[in-house]
Write a protein that binds this ligand. Sequence first.
Ligand code: G3I
Length: 394
Amino acid sequence: MRFGSRAAARCAVGVALVPVAISAAVLPAAASPRDQAAPSAQAQEDRSHGPAIRNGLRTVTPDDLVIGTAVAGGGHHVNAGYPDPFTRDPRYRKVLATEFDSVSPENQMKWEFIHPEPGVYNFGPADAIVAFAERHGQVVRGHTLLWHSQLAEWVTEGDYSDEELRAILKDHIQTVVGHYKGRIQQWDVANEIFTDTWEGDEIRLRPQNVFIERLGEGIIADAFRWAHEADPEAELFLNDYAVEDMGPKSDAYYELAKKLLAEGVPLHGFAFQAHLDLQYPFPETLDENMQRFDDLGLETAITELDVRFTLPESGVPTAEQLAEQADTYQGVLEACLSVDDCNSFTIWGFNDRYSWVPSFSPGQGAATVMFEDYERKPAYWALHETLAEAKAGR
Ligand code: G3I
């Protein structure tokens, strides 16, 4: 087993944490066992990890890496039974500020949010995240510019000529990137542009991407050039899921990256989203895969890591599941640490309450590093220890 001894050590922690987390989530506040039991299991746990809780992940992260998270809001949160996490959950904001040194708007910079009508830009929600980041000494990953999903209806349904469609994309990229000029460290310029199914070695650019479908593959290079013109300092990335292992999809990106670089396109990095699921094997070739992009002179990044699994009928994750999840988080971090220019490591949210996973995959969940009440899971401590060891060794 890859991380067997650590898994065994974390198992015990998992057993102690789970019942408290779940009971607090389902009971009304006044009846919380935390009010009656002193000290609570969380208090004990917090005490045993006292210095670490005060010293969040960002304080143990090596200087050449940033530890990041998606900032919850929009998308699946809109119809959820809780107020907007980023603007309305004070504890969320505190943890966001103390644990992370990079933030990625989860939905707030996507086309349907930031450019909902022709000529109408709604920068407010994303501006608030960028301002928060600056107040807390954090960098920002911009997400995302050229994507088939969460596009505004006026683009997908509009009756535009090819020339008009091209002008619409250029205006969008230059207005959004220009608005944040000098304030965004990395942009996911092109997101999920390849299909994720293939026959033999055949993998195609996504037909659902109206820009690529109508304007051809060359629009990808243009998107990078336009973004670079608008902010020459920003690092520009390709970003996708199901590319963690060596295989047809990551090969397609590798070939595209080589081609773009040969053409002098301002491509600076390749990003692995890493939405992982315990029912599939760990992507054992991730380090090798990252290394080949690094060898092209590109930066690499982990941009959306979460690790889901099928919950038992009780809804309570087992100690084994939590241990395996911790190993998976750790394995992805170790792959990033093994590559020279993997400088950004982002998890797709840090609290199960706000994770996108249950709304997309009913029956699955618990994919983040904290329970709903912010209690840290074994996966959190796996990241913490691994970062601290790496920092000490550098
Ligand atoms: O657009 C429909 C709207 O027509 C409908 O009325 C409404 C009803 O709920 O749903 C709307 O779709 C929502 C969509 O966001 C757009 O707002 C979906 O329900 C909602 O589940 C979706 O969630 C976001 C998802 O991207 C959309 O693809 C998640 O919050 C967000 O975490 C997730 O993030 C993506 C990254 O950007 C890219 N990589 C994969 C990652 C996870 O899917």
